[in-house]
Design a protein around this ligand. Structure first.
Ligand code: FAD
Length: 498
């Protein structure tokens, strides 16, 4: 386990544990409040297992009234709260704190409304991503954002992390598919943003909320857009002896005006790991593999497949295989979707990074990443949402070997700095959490970070919701609101002050 600086526990909270547990149990009775070690153990970490912390107490509310009452109580008593969905975050967003109530939303598991006329589904936040598609599939609809973790991760977590997946290149991330939210603030106020309609009056609060990593409020209801399933979808495997050529091919496909339903890339170690695990039919004699999916009307798909194959060959592809059945298409994707666990079989531990780069920089970044692998003496397997420029380098290490975790972290930090250096950003879809928190200053100036914290202060002035995540240092809200008066001259003197 690596060391990580987190906010020091509040001694006053720790000293009142029995009283706080009793108060929470009065709000969420029975098994809804868990304070014993064995019951809390499953919550001590999330998908970023390098970090662990037993929660102070776990609360599993079932109603919005209970969520509001828990938050109001915590606000009045200055108690920290960590919201949690399914706990699959790869950035440590749901990592507990020693003095924080862990607020699990997994009992909010009902589909509330399906409206095919308006093409929306309204669900509680604990519903899994895949369950939304399963609920509408019988009528030929689906929910487009499809994280690889979709069988387990919750819609509430997807909203908090602005999650993405294979289909987000064409259909957008979570933020492009959420139409309405119900959110409870730390003060226990229930807010509603958006609805079943496109766009909303006033400020774009949905945009603030989606991707806010549990720092601004607790999501209690989500309305998403559902789409008609495409008439046809076919995938093609395109193998390259040279990974940089594969990178160029990705840019060329988009530049030709083709937006595939998905365009993923795997390098040699990832191809071999996935093929050994799933037998997806991947070629073993290539250095990079693209999986490109075209969806839409049959005639369009057939035409574009030919175009993509032509562009691939022009960039040096030595292997092209188009799926001939729905079963074969699913098999092609099975390898990609199982790439993380497949890599888990070839290394005792791995760390998944999540930087994003402009697509044209793929060849450069691949080359520099190979150099960084040499520098840090650790192997890396690459799996990308190539069309979005969203990289998922999997750094392989052995946590039982002294110093390897530290080296893996240093390697990961170098990769993320490289992403920023070439004009990209620290995260594509996994969020900042604790994992990238201390790298935020590679991307943002101190003033940028202060501006972001002013938004946090507007919702949660006491920094009670998910503290220690996203921001490398916390400024007191009063300090951020302070006005700088220079030589007695008020800035913007004609603006009214309240
Ligand atoms: C094998 C694997 C593959 C993955 N593949 C992908 C992928 O392809 N694409 C992708 O984007 N991610 C992927 N992830 C990461 C993860 O699944 C997503 O970030 C997911 O959205 C997290 O959902 P969760 O329900 O598990 O949330 P949690 O891990 O429980 O929480 C994540 C964050 O959301 C906050 N949160 C949770 N619920 C709420 C709520 N109701 N209100 C307010 N805040 C809340 C938490 O405080 C935390 O900050 C993968 C993870 C794994 C383990």
């Amino acid at each position: 386990m690596s060391s990580l600086a987190m906010p020091a526990p509040e001694a006053a909270t720790l000293a009142r544990r029995a009283e706080i547990v009793a108060a929470l149990r009065a709000i969420v009775p029975g098994e809804g409040t868990v304070d014993h070690e064995t019951g809390m153990r499953p919550y001590e970490t999330d998908g970023l297992t390098a970090y662990r912390q037993m929660p102070f107490v776990v609360v599993l509310p079932e109603t919005v009234e209970q969520v509001a009452a828990v938050l109001r109580y915590c606000h009045e008593n200055n108690i920290r709260v960590v919201p949690r969905g399914a706990g699959t975050s790869l950035s440590g967003g749901a990592l507990p704190l020693a003095d924080a109530v862990l607020l699990s939303m997994m009992r909010f598991n009902r589909i509330l409304d399906i409206d095919f006329d308006n093409r929306t589904a309204t669900v509680q936040p604990g519903v899994t991503n895949l369950a939304v598609t399963q609920a509408v599939a019988h009528a030929g609809f689906y929910y487009a954002p499809d994280p690889s973790s979709q069988i387990a991760c919750s819609i509430g977590g997807n909203v908090a992390e602005n999650s993405g997946g294979v289909h987000c290149l064409k259909y957008g991330l979570t933020t492009n598919n959420v139409l309405g939210l119900e959110v409870v603030t730390i003060e226990g106020e229930v807010l509603r943003f958006g609805g079943k309609h496109l766009d909303q009056e006033g400020y774009d609060w949905l945009a603030f909320m989606v991707g806010s990593e549990g720092l601004l409020g607790v999501v209690t209801e989500v309305t998403v857009r559902i789409l008609r399933s495409p008439e046809t979808a076919r995938a093609v495997l395109i193998g390259f002896p040279d990974a940089e050529d594969a990178g160029r091919c990705v840019a060329a496909i988009i530049a030709a005006g083709i937006i595939p339903g998905g365009m993923e890339m795997m390098d040699r170690p990832a191809i071999h790991a996935a093929e050994d695990f799933v037998h997806a039919g991947y070629p073993r004699d290539v250095d990079a593999l693209l999986i490109v999916e075209l969806d839409g009307p049959q005639v369009e798909v057939d035409h574009l497949l030919g175009e993509v194959e032509r562009i691939g060959r022009a960039h040096g592809a030595t292997h092209c295989r188009v799926s001939e059945s729905e079963e074969e298409r699913a098999t092609f994707w099975a390898g990609r979707k199982a790439a993380f666990p497949a890599v888990g079989r070839i290394s005792p531990d791995y760390m998944c990074m999540d930087g994003t780069i402009p697509r044209r920089e793929l060849p450069t970044v691949l080359k520099r990443m190979a150099e960084l692998s040499q520098k840090h003496g650790l192997r890396v397997a690459n799996v990308f949402h190539a069309g979005d420029g969203n990289l998922h380098p999997l750094i392989l290490f052995d946590a039982n070997e002294p110093g390897e975790l530290d080296r893996a972290e240093a390697f990961g930090a170098d990769i993320l700095r490289l992403c920023v250096e070439v004009g990209g950003c620290l995260t594509g879809e996994h969020g900042v959490g604790v994992e990238k928190r201390d790298l935020m200053d590679a991307m943002f100036s101190e003033d940028d970070l202060k501006q972001q914290q002013r938004v946090k202060c507007a919702f949660d002035a006491g920094h009670l919701l998910n503290p220690g995540k996203v921001f490398p240092t916390l400024h007191r809200c009063a300090e951020l609101g302070r006005m700088h008066v220079h030589h007695g001259q008020l800035p913007f003197p004609d603006i009214p002050r309240f």
